[in-house]
Design a protein around this ligand. Structure first.
Ligand code: PMP
Length: 407
């Protein structure tokens, strides 16, 4: 992408022109949430101003319009993930809800005492705690794939872990701390060799790299809208049709039923079986708009540009004395975690903030990983396609100043 293109893109994101403490905002916290382009915000406004009505149950004009928009959004998401079955797309509140849905519904149907679930050491809390809760309910064991020094999963240990009691493998596609792009196709292949289904947490992957659930052969794939330029409160669970049909509903209520009586209630077909209550039908259309925005730039172009940003920032950061980058995988996305000498991450983050630079500090909802590394947390910068090398230069200069102050 050339400078003109980046400038045009930046103009689509009004917040990027904000001043923070009278300084130009540099937003390097895209792993936590992304900023929204005008087209997405306008889609929300248009929905509420012109086509707002509850969906799927009204005979009137507005209800039909809103229903069509919501279902068209589902088709756009299906297409984005590479499935031609839109009933395989369930709208959720986000990654967290999608994982909880599977932990509950799959767990109820397929897991029992003595069974095992496999996750990795680098998982986000949202891909640990729902499985711990399942293990507690059913007296099962959680197994953990370790990682090496560089932040890459130990595939031999993983392979050795799989056995006839393994009921599900749930791993992240891209680490929100280390930036590692995990070999999920291989992880899935190994699990399938013994008929174990796999859930992939794609929260940090879909905004940055091309994902095709059919090519990966993932059984479940989940992500959050707000990390891919869409609003908060909307997310996606992709599930293979046969799995979604085989597992029970997660929540009961309106929409998810076919008939209700006090004797017996029957459930709706996919995808509605998993969408109890009024869904976020404005959020779904805004998510579709965000995906269109991403596709319009081109996901490979985005991946390439963000990789350049990551490589450039890594090079510049490594020039700082006492710099320790946490996560040096061969295959890495646009996330950089680091520490400088023994300065506490929080102190660096606070001072960078005063200079208008938004970074993340702490354990990044991956406490077991941080503990395993024996560090207090990290400072994390995570890039999006609207960031620039010029911003990285300002950040590195600011960081040098901050480090001198704190040393
Ligand atoms: N998984 C990963 C890898 C994440 O980075 C995050 C968000 N930081 C989540 C899951 C949880 O996403 P959400 O809070 O949107 O449900």
């Amino acid at each position: 992408m050339n400078e003109q293109q980046i400038n045009d893109i930046r103009n689509d994101f009004p917040i990027l022109s904000e001043k923070i403490y009278n300084k130009d905002l540099i937003y390097f916290d895209n792993g936590a949430t992304t900023q929204k382009p005008r087209s997405v915000v306008e889609k929300i406004e248009q929905g509420y101003y012109h086509t707002n009505a509850n969906i799927h149950r009204g005979v009137h004009f507005l209800s039909q319009k809103a229903t069509e928009a919501h279902e068209e959004a589902r088709s756009i998401v299906a297409n984005f993930l590479g499935t031609d079955k839109k009933e395989e797309i369930i709208f959720t509140r986000g990654t967290t809800e999608a994982i909880n849905l599977i932990a509950f519904s799959y767990g109820e149907a397929y897991c029992s005492e003595g069974d095992e679930i496999v996750v990795s050491v680098m998982e986000h809390h949202s891909n640990i705690v729902p499985w711990q809760m399942l293990c507690e309910r059913k007296k099962m064991t959680l197994r953990v794939i370790p990682a090496n020094e560089a932040g890459e999963l130990d595939m031999t240990a993983y392979q050795n872990m799989l056995n006839e009691r393994t009921k599900l493998v749930s791993v992240m596609h891209v680490s929100n701390v280390l930036g590692t792009i995990n070999p999920v196709a291989d992880i899935i292949k190994l699990a399938h060799a013994q008929n174990t289904p796999v859930l992939i947490d794609g929260a940090q992957a879909v905004p940055h790299i091309a994902v095709n659930v059919k090519e990966l052969d993932a059984d479940f794939y989940v992500f959050s809208g707000h990390k891919i330029y869409a609003p908060t409160g909307i997310g996606v669970l992709y599930g293979k049709e046969n799995w979604l049909n085989a597992i029970p509903p997660y929540q009961g209520g309106g929409e998810m039923i076919s008939t209700v009586s006090f004797k017996k209630t029957t459930y709706n077909e996919l995808p509605f079986k998993f969408e109890a209550g009024t869904p976020d039908y404005i959020g779904s259309t805004a998510l579709a708009e965000a995906l269109k925005y991403v596709l319009n730039i081109g996901i490979d172009k985005i991946a390439d540009y963000e990789h350049q940003l990551m490589m450039y920032a890594t090079e510049e950061l490594n020039k700082i004395q006492g710099m320790r980058i946490i996560g040096n995988a061969q295959n890495k996305s646009s996330v950089i975690s680091f520490l400088v000498n023994d300065i506490h991450p929080y102190d660096i983050g606070m001072l960078l903030d005063k200079l208008g630079i938004a970074v993340r500090t702490g354990h990044h909802c991956a406490q077991p990983l941080i503990d395993s590394l024996g560090i207090p947390g990290t400072i994390r910068v995570s890039f999006a396609f609207y960031n620039t090398k010029a911003e990285i230069d300002v950040f590195v200069t600011a960081l040098k100043k901050v480090v001198t102050m704190l040393s």
